[in-house]
Design a binder for this molecule. Structure first.
Ligand code: BV8
Length: 255
């Protein structure tokens, strides 16, 4: 008899514990990172495929990098937009979208790929903005808010602001830039919950990485689903090592 067991058929007992907590929860908050989109083919930030032409995201996703070389930064975003346009939401996005329609469930994402939006997620806070939106680099008064531009490829290398004719930039939050106050408030409000589940994030980027600790301080049962150990793993009540696209459907089955 073949004694090798298909590991995917072994349910981690922690999954049963977490399912029971989610089942009983009136308020469920889910924080997601790039790992949720990995199974869709979107490169993660710090994984092996996280580099682009040997540049690190932290070196490109900054206002200083854009100031120095807007064309290079736009080449990186145009490359990512092209990759993301070919991707579809995966089973992890679909489970989270279904849960988001439950009363009391809120989703906070660090991802800018909008795959949660395409999966139909409600009550979504996009902490770092969207790669599909642009804003005026000069913050001109005529164009105070970001506009959506889903053209792939972008017609000209460095898009312009339709109002002032200056440079347009990706409407994402770069390193060293403050998050939008309304998004931070919504994310902090979401830490008042019964279960706080963090999925697919290396838990190194703040203020997002601080949310699980806020939730724990406010009495939430905290859990992490990730492929590897992170700085949050030792702080949560349950840390489940596995792919989000496999673990979340297993959890959904048990609810
Ligand atoms: C701020 C948008 C204050 C852009 C992103 C010095 C100066 C200034 C600030 C700082 C500083 N030092 C530290 C800081 C704070 C800084 C920070 O945290 N830096 C880190 C690097 C230490 N934070 C900031 O700068 C923030 N702003 O602090 O402002 C301020 C206040 C007032 C005035 C001025 C300033 C802004 C942070 C936002 C940065 N923007 N994105 C873009 O996307 O182009 S962050 C970027 O990282 C992405 O959003 C990404 O989502 C996010 C976090 O990464 P992860 O999502 O976790 O992705 P990663 O690849 O790292 O990990 C994936 C994980 O998934 C891995 O663990 C992997 O094992 C796992 N995985 C893979 N596959 C799967 C899986 N898990 C499950 N299933 C799978 N299948």
């Amino acid at each position: 008899m073949d004694r090798s067991t298909d590991r995917s058929s072994i349910i981690d007992p922690s999954i049963g514990v977490l399912a029971a907590r989610i089942r009983a929860a009136e308020r469920l908050t889910i924080l997601t990172g790039a790992g949720v989109s990995a199974a869709s083919g979107v490169p993660t930030f710090r994984g092996a495929d996280g580099l682009w032409r040997q540049h690190r995201p932290e070196d490109l996703a900054t206002p200083e990098a854009f100031e120095r070389d807007p064309r290079l930064v736009w080449e990186w975003y145009a490359w990512r937009r092209e990759k993301i346009a070919a991707c579809r939401p995966n089973a992890a996005h679909d489970v989270i979208a279904a849960w988001s329609r439950r009363p009391g469930c809120r989703v906070v994402t660090q991802n800018v790929d909008d795959l949660h939006v395409r999966a139909g997620t409600s009550a979504l806070v996009r902490l770092h903005g969207s790669i599909w939106e642009l804003s005026c680099w000069n913050r001109c008064a005529a164009q105070p808010t970001p506009w959506r531009d889903e053209r792939v490829p972008l017609p000209d290398g460095v898009p312009g602001c339709p109002q002032c004719g200056g440079l347009a930039r990706p409407a994402v939050v770069w390193f060293g830039e403050p998050l939008r106050a309304a998004d931070v408030d919504a994310a902090l409000e979401a830490t008042a919950c019964d279960v706080f589940l963090t999925v697919g994030t290396s838990a190194v980027v703040y203020p997002a990485a601080g949310l699980v600790h806020d939730a724990r301080r406010r009495g939430a049962f905290t859990a992490e689903i990730n492929l590897e150990t992170t700085p949050a793993s030792s702080a949560v009540d349950v840390a489940i090592h596995g792919g989000a696209e496999a673990v979340l459907p297993q959890l959904a089955e048990l609810l």
